[in-house]
Design a protein around this ligand. Structure first.
Ligand SMILES: [Zn+2]
Ligand SMILES: [Zn+2]
Length: 265
């Protein structure tokens, strides 16, 4: 299996999971052109994408969705609430009926040889979900845009070999920001906002103790975080728990505009 982010953070999100002959995108929050360029770096033709799974309707997850689905005739999978949100708020354009698939949290479905379980995430969107994938003996989970570590998030990702985990902001940087209104700060800090570095770090220790081998920290804020700060916060938390973060678990930070570390497992 191959897993990496094509783009991660407030400027747009898209993730690739590839197993056997099946290629899945999770979110399509950059232009079609940007996503095609990243796929080209991986030697994966855009025509070979079998499905786009959407986490929620926010534009940093959906802005390239319509174009990509139309151009390459790719089926879209979303919850009912997310599909409504996409149609209400964005300019997705016309998607052919046969490419619209609605899914529900905790109802497992298959694409190729990959089993997928959507799970609820706490975020200020209609019906947002994270995804857990089982391919062969490998489990991968994606959990970004999470206000806090709810029971459903913990269950959704626990025990996965690879986890894409949100490490959105450094709380002090966010509090000091002069660019963000108090209202926006409150939204980010709320239980339906985004996960801060400290909470990601504490959870990373839990994951490492429960079998996770690779943690990809993602969805970093451009204004209120820094890849080094996010990495060090998690690395220090692991070290404080006696976990060797260069041997027991591997941590990397997803890049904003480029491919992340390409994880092959
Ligand atoms: Zn969001
Ligand atoms: Zn987002």
């Amino acid at each position: 299996m191959l897993f990496c982010t094509l783009s991660s953070g407030s400027s747009g999100n898209s993730v690739l999971l590839s197993h056997d002959d099946t290629n899945i995108l999770i979110d399509c929050g950059r232009s079609g052109k940007h996503i095609c360029s990243r796929l080209q770096e991986l030697n994966i033709p855009p025509e070979s994408i079998n499905a786009i799974l959407v986490t929620h309707e926010h534009s940093d997850h959906t802005c390239g969705l319509g174009v990509f689905s139309r151009k390459f005739d790719v089926p879209i999978y979303t919850t009912n609430g997310t599909w409504e949100g996409i149609n209400n708020s964005s300019t997705i354009g016309k998607i052919s009926e046969r490419n619209i698939n609605t899914i529900s949290p905790y109802q497992t479905f298959d694409i190729g040889n990959i089993k997928i379980v959507p799970f609820q995430i706490p975020h200020d969107a209609n019906q947002p979900v994270g995804y857990r994938f089982l391919a062969g003996n490998t489990v991968v989970a994606c959990a970004t845009d999470i206000g806090y570590l709810s029971e459903s998030v913990v269950r959704g990702v626990a025990g996965a070999n690879v986890v894409l985990l949100e490490s959105n902001h450094d709380v002090d940087m966010l509090m000091r920001s002069t660019k963000y209104s108090q209202q926006l700060k409150n939204r980010i800090l709320s239980n339906e906002g985004h996960l801060c570095n400290n909470h990601a770090a504490a959870f990373a220790s839990y994951l490492a103790k429960n079998g996770t081998e690779h943690i990809l920290l993602g969805h970093l804020s451009e204004e209120n975080n820094d890849p080094e700060i996010a990495y060090n916060t998690t690395a220090n938390a692991l070290a404080a728990k006696g976990i060797d973060y260069k041997r027991d678990v591997f941590i990397t930070v997803a890049r904003r505009h480029e491919l992340s570390e390409v994880i092959r497992i």
